[in-house]
Design a protein around this ligand. Structure first.
Ligand code: DC
Length: 236
């Protein structure tokens, strides 16, 4: 059997990390883990249970006390051939992509205890190797020993346009300006927050995909995977 590696993909919001991570995982027959979905599910929980007030103020202590009641996991849906996010047994894959969740997820993900819980889960999920995980701190905190680390970036207007198109295709109401504003503020917050901020791991390979097609990025990463595996032919 071929040895399996872990791949960490970090970068700014809406860089196409998940599209790429999914296609790489599929090609290699690896498991894709969307760590952002876990922070989104936690944010949805906080909204549903009143830990985020109508004014946006977070009851941090209340949420920390409730953390043991929050169960987040992924299940593979064979119909859509994708992992979907479950919060306490409920499929929340669609709800966690709403702008309401996007607007509150950054401060929720800066709560130390939230990160400790989710990072512990993420580390456990990657124990058996053969994982492609994307997020903000995967190469630096969650999987500092990942065999391959990718750091993605792209022009922010291009990213906002891609995100806007994606939301529209999912039937989620929004405007381009609203999406751009959310993206800029999340980038700013995620890069400057006190706990595990977004930063490039020193040993990460950087991809600026402003002018790259998905296929070009896919081939680039695949070539890096093959290099890591020391293979010259197809690894599947
Ligand atoms: O990848 P995403 O945009 O769905 O992530 C949503 C938010 O979750 C993002 O703005 C910051 C936070 N996040 C994080 O703090 N650490 C991660 N590993 C992944 C996401």
């Amino acid at each position: 059997m071929k040895p399996k590696i872990n791949i960490a993909i970090d970068g700014y919001s809406s860089c196409g990390k998940s599209t790429l991570a999914k296609s790489i995982a599929k090609e290699l027959n690896y498991v894709y883990i969307d760590s952002g979905a876990m922070y989104r599910a936690m944010t949805l929980y906080a909204l549903q249970h009143g830990y985020i007030g109508p004014d946006g103020v977070i009851n941090t202590e209340g949420l920390i006390h409730a953390l043991d009641l929050v169960m987040i996991n992924f299940k593979y849906n064979t119909d859509v051939q994708q992992y979907e996010t479950f919060l306490n047994g409920q499929n929340v894959e669609r709800e966690i992509r709403s702008l309401q969740v996007s607007n509150h997820v950054s401060p929720i993900s800066n709560i130390k205890e939230v990160r400790q819980k989710l990072v512990r889960l993420q580390k456990r999920m990657a124990e058996t190797k053969g994982v492609v995980m994307d997020g903000r701190d995967i190469g630096t905190v969650v999987l500092p020993d990942a065999d391959l680390k990718i750091f993605m970036t792209a022009d922010n207007r291009i990213r906002a346009q891609r995100r806007y198109d994606e939301l529209r295709s999912m039937g989620v109401e929004s405007s381009f300006e609203e999406v751009l504003k959310n993206l800029n503020s999340r980038d700013e917050y995620d890069s400057s927050r006190s706990n595990d901020p977004l930063r490039r791991a020193e040993d990460a390979v950087v991809i600026d995909n402003t002018n790259l097609t998905i296929e070009e990025q896919f081939q680039f990463i695949l070539a890096n995977v093959l290099k890591k595996l020391g293979a010259t032919e197809n690894v599947v």
